[in-house]
Design a protein around this ligand. Structure first.
Ligand SMILES: [Zn+2]
Length: 432
């Protein structure tokens, strides 16, 4: 380098053609090596499973197997690349990989059947699907897209596999630290931000002060909104704001998207939903075992001997999942419909309003590794009706399956006689 600088005005000279070729090979090798050192190499099986990453039926368990149980790392890397976040926010690739790996370690800390790195990868993919297919990504700024993907990835970091109430009842360290308020959710954000204090994991190192602050505000609000104890208030507030002329608050909408993705498994195919349900129940039952050990009363759904899984899922779908997704589709419709109308008025056939929009669309197009498919994700192609109908249909089908299982008295589950009597009475009622 020193030599080059001294003689910068001279043309490079090589003693022979062999030296020149050798130099060329060396430069190429250097380039390749550094490229591989910083980038993330995708195994063939990962490439295959990620082909479905834009689909509602995406199989996160398949990705997790294909990646040697690194589904979160690959999901983060894939989406940061697809949305061009790495370039836009000058995120050092080595930091991103290091951070993603540290997140995976934290998600695996308590070996939870449900709140593990696969759940984080699942919620992150679901947030991506919602942004993409509702067209909400055209309404969000690049910083807000970063906030959505980032918040989804960290939203359950270092989850203990127990509920907030368990922390409060057992007077755990985190409950004392956060004064019993959204104990786990506060910890997820705080601990994830603490990781970024390490230089080699500081993915946000090149954000401006304003961007960094705005992102942090959004991430905190979104992750805290995943606390189920705030669910009904959150739904009520957003429902009310739909009637207001000033429109819907961005941070509130983004929080709704994350919350909906977090509880979306009852809206996924039966095979996925059933697997998630069994994992969640096992996590609850493990908490129940701890409660029995400590002489505490069982928390709801935590007694493995008496919990009625099918009935509780039907209740969860009726009272929580359906109203959430109905609000999500109503809100996105209200936001996106005027944008589509406005875009259709502009003369360009591709509805290309802004350069940011064009840029985003081109990045979201045909980025698959085999280059074989290049779907259209412009505003013009957004189909809110099929987005909504698809969800409604699957939720309905899953509910029917649970009703069948409930009617059969949940033969695959250990049950006590009292529940069997209750189930039979219910069964008799429906036939009277
Ligand atoms: Zn979660």
């Amino acid at each position: 380098m020193g030599m080059m600088k001294k003689k910068s005005e001279e043309k490079p000279k090589f003693r022979s053609i062999v030296h020149a070729v050798q130099a060329g090979i060396f430069v190429e090798r250097m380039y390749r090596k550094s490229y591989h050192m910083v980038g993330l190499a995708y195994p063939e099986a990962v490439i295959i499973t990620l082909k479905d990453v834009d689909k509602w039926s995406f199989d996160v368990f398949a990705l997790n197997e294909a990646s040697g149980e690194h589904s979160l790392k690959f999901m983060i890397y894939e989406l940061f690349t697809r949305y061009d976040l790495i370039n836009r926010f000058k995120i050092p690739v080595s930091c991103l990989i290091c951070f993603a790996e540290a997140l995976e370690v934290g998600y695996s800390k308590y070996k939870n059947p449900y709140h593990n790195l696969i759940h984080a990868a699942d919620v992150t993919q679901t947030v991506h699907y919602i942004m993409l297919h509702t067209g909400i990504m055209h309404w969000l700024t690049e910083l807000e897209i970063l906030a959505m993907v980032f918040a989804a990835a960290i939203h359950d970091y270092e989850h203990t596999g127990t509920t907030n109430n368990f922390h409060i009842q057992t007077r755990s360290d985190v409950a004392l630290l956060y004064n019993d308020r959204s104990v786990l959710e506060n910890h997820h954000v705080s601990a994830a931000y603490r990781l970024m204090q390490e230089e080699e994991m500081n993915v946000l190192i090149n954000l401006s002060k304003d961007d960094w602050r705005d992102l942090r505000n959004l991430v905190i609000e979104m992750v805290l909104s995943t606390d189920m104890s705030g669910h009904f208030q959150q739904i009520k507030n957003i429902r009310n704001s739909l009637q207001q002329p000033e429109g819907i608050d961005k941070a509130k909408t983004m929080s709704l998207i994350l919350h909906a993705a977090d509880i979306s498994h009852p809206a996924k195919s039966w095979q996925l939903h059933h697997r998630w349900t069994m994992a969640l129940m096992e996590e609850f039952f493990l908490q129940g075992d701890k409660e029995a050990e400590l002489g505490l009363p069982f928390s709801p759904l935590c007694d493995r001997k008496s919990t009625m899984v099918a009935q509780s899922q039907i209740g969860f779908i009726d009272f929580i999942v359906e109203p959430t997704f109905s609000l999500l589709t109503d809100s996105t419709e209200k936001i996106i419909t005027p944008l589509i109308e406005e875009a259709s008025k502009t003369e360009t056939p591709s509805y290309g309003a802004s350069s940011v929009d064009l840029f985003r669309r081109s990045n979201m197009k045909g980025t698959m590794n085999d280059g074989t498919y290049s779907p259209d994700y412009s505003l013009a192609s957004v189909d809110l009706k099929s987005f909504k109908n698809n969800l409604v249909d699957i939720i309905q089908q899953n509910k029917e399956r649970w009703k069948e299982l409930a009617a059969q008295g949940e033969p695959d589950l250990h049950k006590n006689s009292e529940d069997l009597v209750n189930a039979e009475e219910k069964h008799a009622d429906t036939h009277s």
